[in-house]
Every structure is written in C-alpha cells, then in structure tokens.
Design a protein around this ligand. Sequence first.
Ligand SMILES: NC(=O)C1=CN([C@@H]2O[C@H](COP(=O)(O)OP(=O)(O)OC[C@H]3O[C@@H](n4cnc5c(N)ncnc54)[C@H](O)[C@@H]3O)[C@@H](O)[C@H]2O)C=CC1
Ligand SMILES: O=C(O)CCC(=O)C(=O)O
Length: 496
Amino acid sequence: MLSNLITLKKSTFSSLGRYFSIKLPDEPSFLEQVGLYFDQAAKYTDLPQGLLKYIKGCNVVLSVKFPIELTRNGKSDLHVVEAFRAQHSHHKLPTKGGIRYSEDVCQNEVEALASLMTFKCACVDVPFGGGKGGIKINHRKFTEEELQRITRRFTVELLQKKFIGPAIDVPAPDYGTGPREMGWIMNTYTAYNPDDINGHGVVTGKGIRQGGIRGRAQATGLGLYFAVRETMKLEKNAKSIGLSVGLKDKKVIVTGLGNVGYWAAHFFNDLGKSKVVGVSEWNGAVYNPDGLDVEALLKYKQEHGTLLNFPGAQNIPNPEDIMSMDCDILLPCALEAQINKTTAPKIKAKVIGEGANGPCTFEGDRILNEKGCIIVPDLYANAGGVTVSYFEWLKNLSHVRFGRMTKKYEENSKSILVDKLETKFGKKFTDREKKLIVQGAGEEDLVNSGLESTMVDSFKQIEEIKNTQKISYRMAAYILSIKKIALSYTDVGLWP
Ligand SMILES: NC(=O)C1=CN([C@@H]2O[C@H](COP(=O)(O)OP(=O)(O)OC[C@H]3O[C@@H](n4cnc5c(N)ncnc54)[C@H](O)[C@@H]3O)[C@@H](O)[C@H]2O)C=CC1
Ligand SMILES: O=C(O)CCC(=O)C(=O)O
C-alpha cells in the first residue's frame, strides 16, 4: 500500500526535473515524505477529509528568475539566478520561515520546508503560518558584494509580488544565510517602504544593531538542547534505550558546525555536561572518543576552512561516515536526507535530535524506529529558532527592548526585600548571593526563559499524545499540530 503510494507520487513528479530536492534512489522526495507523515498522523484525528486536504497542501509558491551581472576570469556576463518562496498556510499571519542559499534549492524543497514551518509553529504555539524561501546558489562561490546584490534583488522580486512584509511574510536565516543577509533584506524593504513604522519586523534573525534580539543566534541550538533534555529526563525513555537518565557524560555527534550545530554542541557541552565526540562539515569530519573542545574546533574551522587535522582528533575524510561512529546521541544539523536507507542501518546512536529540517528520510526514520531509537522530530526539536523569531518580531512591533522598563524596577524592589530579610534574621547574604537574588531580567534572560518554557510545555503536550496513542514522538507532534491548525479554521469558519 505504502510502496504503491510512493510509486504513484514519484511518477506524478518524474517529468518535472528541477522540481525535485535532494533525491535518493527508491525514496520519496522531501515533500512526499512530509505528506506521508501528515497522512499517517491524520488517521489519528477525526477531522473531515476536505479540511485535512486543505491543511496539507501548500497554498502558494512564487518561483522567480532574475539576472545578476558577474565578472569571472576578467569577463563580465549575466548570470540567471533561480529563487523560490513558498507560503504553505495562511491560517495565521504573517507566514514565517527562513531563506536558504544552497545549490539543492528547488520548488519541492521549499514547499516541504514551508509545510514543516506550519506544523512547527502550531506545535510550539507560535502564531504564524508556515513559509520558506531559497535561492539556488552555492554561497561559497560568490563574493560578499555579489551576495548582497543577489539578496537585495530577490527582496525586490518579493516586494513586487507582495510576498514580503511585517504583516505578510517574514523571512529569517536558514542554511547558508544569517544576520548579514537579514540586514540586507530589511534595509531593502525599508528603503522601498519608508513609511512602514514596523519595517524592522520584516525579517527576524537580524543583528542586534538592526533591531534583532539577544538570544536569536543561539535559539535553535539551545531549543534543541532543551528538547533532548526533556526527552532524556524520562526514566521510561532512558530505560528503553539502555542509557541512564539525563545528558551528563552522554557521547554526542553533531553533523554541520554552522549556526544550529555549533550552538547545539556548545549547550550540550556547557549545560548538559555531555561529551561531544564527533563533528562533521561538508569537507570532512573529526572524532575523538575522549571529547572535542567545541570552542577550539569552531575557531579551527574559521581559520582553516575545514575540521580536518584538528589537533588530537581522528580525521574522517567522508563526512557521512561520522554518523556510524560510536555515540549515544546524534544531532543532524546540516541539510535534509542525511539519515537515509543507506546510512540509517549503520547508526549507533540511540537518540536522534533533529536540528536540521528533514534530516531523516521516510525510510531512514522507519529503520531507526525499528532499531528502537528515540527520534526527537524536527517540527518540535528545532522550533527554538522560530520561537525566538516570534519574540524578535514582537520586539520590533512594540519598538522597545524586552526588560528595558522592568529591569531596574525589579532590582530596586528586590534590594528592599533583601535588606528587610537581613534585618529580620540578623544575617547577611554574601555579595554573590545578593547579586544573584537582586539581578533583574534583561532581554536575553527573558528570551531564554520564554524559549525554555515553550520547549517544556510543548514537550508535555507531545508526550501526552504519545502515551495515549503509543506512537512515535514524530507522529505525536504531527497530530498535535494538525489538531491545532484545524481548530483555527473550525473556530471561525471559512470566509469569503
Ligand atoms: N538557523 C536556524 O535558526 C534554523 C535552522 N534550521 C535547519 O538547520 C539546518 C542547518 O541550518 P543552519 O545551521 O542555519 O545553517 P548554516 O549554514 O549556518 O550551517 C550548516 C552547516 O552545515 C555544513 N554542511 C554542509 N553540508 C554538510 C555535510 N554534508 N555534512 C556536514 N556538514 C555539512 C555547512 O558547511 C554549514 O557549516 C538546516 O536544515 C536548517 O533548515 C532549523 C531551524 C532553525
Ligand atoms: O526563525 C524563523 O522564522 C524560521 C526558522 C526556520 O527557518 C526554521 O525553523 O526552519
């Protein structure tokens, strides 16, 4: 039945060529895969078929081609750039999701990623519809000035088609993009819309000086840490995979030392007291069973452009091979489809925390589940980024830094309380204790606290469905999201 479905879908798309994303032989495409998860989860709901069909499909996709003048080997010529923006669902506005720069970008991929964004936002109660965009380029092959022209030109394309705006569709960083690109997009948008007082809210993941929020850079990695921490807090989970409760001393492997991967490695080390034993990049991986110094490794990558030959570590020239090395927890944080029919059987990790979107193919997921692994699924595990993007957007709309009006007030009133306690009990707090008690919450404290409570609350909701239905975390997260999205339609009805 399933294989029939896969064959049917594949033949439907087979003539479309560039429509497909990273394609593995005999495996469904990324978009088909998200659709298959959706269909499985939908069976656990009693929602009408028509509504389910509407929730599943992508509402609208923009596909553009534009020229950029490039000089290569002393010769100037036009280069045609292909780019996409998908808005999967408008049940909440604006639509929200990153923009990635990668040679693998195609319509199938952005549609899959946009639908994941819809389910992700619903899963963690972030009031946005799902969107995603991408420019089909290898960002390593362009200068900064060229990337700026490409980014600004794409922004103008989005503007002309009314595909961007603080109330319409709000991009953020993704693979190959970061605060620099978000700054260019915002600057282009505000140049064309000088009277939009909320113009800064047109993108999130900006630099702090451009109106970004403290804690956004770390948010996806920190959220991933919270997600796996909550999973491994439960004795029944730890027992089922033969590990002790918690993250302390667990051996961790991370693929992709970019934004998500670096911060995840940092927090597993720093807060979780885990041991990061392996890290991969596109051009090679390193492994050390005694643990790698994550901060030194990042510095090494920045200086040498590779992780290979990092002092004290074993070189793994083919990055894919790092996933079959000994570890307890695997955090795939690069692109999709890394864990597939071929690589999944070799994986030794018992827990997979999906930092990337779609890192396990449908077959990879099935194989890991058969092996008894616990998979903390993307739509929950990497939702920290969009959660803090939501906080950044709120900051931009309110035009004030969180904590600015409360920090000092909080500190003053807590100081009075500390003085009273000291007088009443005739005992002094140490200076360190006093500082810890009195300190008011600044922007980053509030962001991290909001992020942690979001990840903890959503975990509880997913766990409850998982226990009732006896299903995987992925299925439980999909069911949770689908039901929430359905409610937003049934509550108010359809109009017009
Ligand atoms: N940036 C964010 O806030 C969020 C990102 N994600 C997802 O996380 C993943 C990574 O995104 P970012 O960290 O933002 O991108 P990034 O561009 O900052 O980092 C990705 C890293 O992976 C490396 N890489 C490329 N191919 C590789 C391979 N074959 N093996 C190992 N490493 C490889 C790249 O060189 C790069 O350093 C993507 O799937 C993205 O959609 C999900 C939620 C939020
Ligand atoms: O921060 C955001 O708005 C979106 C992040 C993103 O692209 C993702 O969660 O996949």
